[in-house]
Design a protein around this ligand. Structure first.
Ligand code: FAD
Ligand code: NAP
Length: 336
C-alpha cells in the first residue's frame, strides 16, 4: 500500500519533522520487485530507509520512500567452527546481535547496540570497539533498483573500507540490500583490546569473559556515553575519524603533544571528537542544535532543530577544524 504525505519524524533518529511524498513498506523481496516495476511509480525518485539512524534530512523527501521491513534470521550452514547466518535487511541490527549471542555464535558482540537495521550495516561497514562488519561478512543479496534483478555480492565486490563500501560510492543508489549473510565463530576469538572494554570487564569483576559479557560491557559503555536518540535526537558520530599521512600526524604532534593517533594501515587515524573538542565545540549549544557535552562527535537536536541548522553547524565545525589543524573532516551521516 502506498502512503501519501507521510511525516518522517518517527523514522529518523534526529527526530526531524520532514515529510515524504510517498512511502511503501516492503516485507517480501517479491513485493519490493513489484514496487520497482510498477509503471505508476517509475518516474518517482527512490529513497531507501532502514532505521533512519544515519541520515540527516534537510528538506522534505520528494520521492518514494521504500521502508525496508524484510525479516527473518536463518542458519544456512554449519561446520564445527563456523555458522553462516543470513538475516533479512529489515531486522533490527541489535536484535540480530542478541539472537547470535543466544546461540553462542561469536563475532558481532563488539557491535552490540548499534542502532539501525541489518540492511544498512554493509553501507558504511559499521564498526565499533575494534570490530567492523567486514570481519564477519560472508555475502549479501541486493535487488537492482532499475531492473528488480537479484545480485549476490561477496566481500571483495562490496569493497569495504573505513565506514565505506561500494554502495556509498560507485554503486550509490543502484541497489537495495535485501539480506546479509555473516560467517560467525563457534569458537570465539574475543576482541577486548579496545581500552574501555577491558576497564568495564574489570569493573564488573569478570576475568574470563564470555561473548555475552563482552556484549554487556559494550552496552554499558555505550549507555553511559552516548545520548539515546529517543531522548535527544542524534545520528551517532556525525563525522568520520580522519586518516592522515604519518608525516602530517608528526607535524600535528609537534604542535599538540596530546593529540591521539592510531595506526591505520600505512597512515594514522586521528580522533575527530578530540579535534572538535579542541576547537571549543564540545557541549556548545547553537540555536536548537549543538555538539554533545559528553561526545563532541555527536551533533544533537534539542527539539526544534531543522536539518539545515544541523548541516550549517557541521559546516562551521568542519571550517574550524580545518583552520586550526589543517585537517578536513568528512561527514559520516548521509545528507539528503
Ligand atoms: P538508515 O539511516 O535508514 O540509512 C542509512 C543509509 O543507508 C541511507 O543512505 C539509506 O538510503 C541507506 N540504506 C539503508 N538501508 C538500505 C538497504 N537495505 N539497501 C540499500 N541502502 C540502504 N554506526 C557505526 O558504524 N558504529 C557505531 O558504533 C554507531 N553508533 C551509533 C550510535 C547512535 C546513538 C546512532 C544514532 C547511530 C550510530 N551509528 C553507528 C550509525 C548508524 O546506526 C549505522 O550507520 C546504521 O547501520 C544505520 O542503519 P539504519 O538502518 O538506521 O540506516
Ligand atoms: P572512544 O573510545 O572515546 O575513542 C575515540 C576515538 O578513538 C574512536 O573514534 C576510535 O576510533 C579511536 N580509538 C580509541 N581507542 C582505539 C584503539 N584502541 N584502536 C583504534 N582506535 C581507537 O570512542 P567512542 O566515541 O566512545 O566510541 C566507541 C566506539 O563506538 C568507537 O569504535 C566508535 O567508532 C563507535 N561509535 C560509532 C558511532 C557512529 O555513529 N559511527 C557512534 C558511537 C560510537 P574508531 O571510531 O575508528 O573505533
Amino acid at each position: 500500500m502506498i502512503e501519501h504525505n507521510i511525516s518522517l519524524q518517527p523514522y529518523n533518529t534526529f527526530g526531524l519533522a520532514v515529510k515524504a511524498k510517498l512511502m511503501v513498506r516492503v516485507s517480501k523481496v517479491s513485493c519490493l520487485q513489484n514496487v520497482l516495476s510498477d509503471a505508476n511509480l517509475k518516474k518517482e525518485e527512490r529513497f531507501v530507509l532502514g532505521g533512519g539512524s544515519n541520515i540527516l534530512l534537510t528538506k522534505n523527501v520528494d520521492a518514494l520512500v521504500i521502508k525496508n521491513e524484510l525479516g527473518g534470521i536463518d542458519v544456512l550452514n554449519e561446520t564445527d567452527d563456523h555458522a553462516l547466518v543470513r538475516s533479512g535487511a529489515g531486522v533490527v541490527w541489535h536484535e540480530l546481535v542478541m539472537h547470535c549471542i543466544d546461540k553462542d555464535l561469536a563475532g558481532i558482540e563488539n557491535l552490540s547496540l548499534i542502532p539501525g537495521n541489518v540492511g544498512a550495516a554493509p553501507m558504511q561497514n559499521i564498526g565499533a570497539y575494534g570490530v567492523e562488519l567486514k570481519d564477519v561478512f560472508h555475502s549479501l543479496e541486493a535487488v537492482e533498483m532499475t531492473t528488480g534483478a537479484i545480485r549476490i555480492f561477496n566481500a571483495n565486490e562490496c569493497d569495504f573500507g573505513y565506514r565505506e563500501s561500494v554502495f556509498k560510492r560507485k554503486l550509490k543508489g543502484e541497489y537495495i540490500i535485501s539480506s546479509v549473510t555473516l560467517r560467525l565463530n563457534k569458537k570465539p576469538k574475543l576482541n577486548t583490546s579496545y581500552g574501555a572494554i577491558e576497564e568495564e570487564l574489570n569493573r564488573l569483576g569478570i576475568a574470563s569473559p564470555s561473548i555475552k559479557d563482552v556484549s554487556q560491557a559494550v552496552i554499558n559503555i555505550r549507555q553511559s556515553k552516548l545520548p539515546d536518540p529517543k531522548v535527544l535526537g542524534n545520528s551517532g558520530s556525525f563525522f568520520k575519524n580522519p586518516v592522515v599521512p604519518n608525516s602530517k600526524y608528526e607535524e600535528l604532534k609537534s604542535k599538540h603533544p596530546n593529540i591521539p593517533g592510531y595506526p591505520a594501515g600505512e597512515e594514522t587515524k586521528l580522533a575527530a571528537g578530540w579535534l572538535i573538542e579542541q576547537c571549543g565545540w564540545k557541549g556548545k549549544v547553537v540555536g536548537n542544535t549543538g555538539s554533545h557535552a559528553q561526545q563532541a562527535l555527536v551533533l544533537v537536536n534539542y527539539g526544534e532543530a531543522t536539518g539545515l541548522e544541523i548541516f550549517n553547524l557541521s559546516e562551521a565545525i568542519m571550517r574550524s577544524v580545518d583552520d586550526t589543524f589543517g585537517v578536513k573532516l568528512e561527514r559520516e551521516v548521509n545528507v539528503y
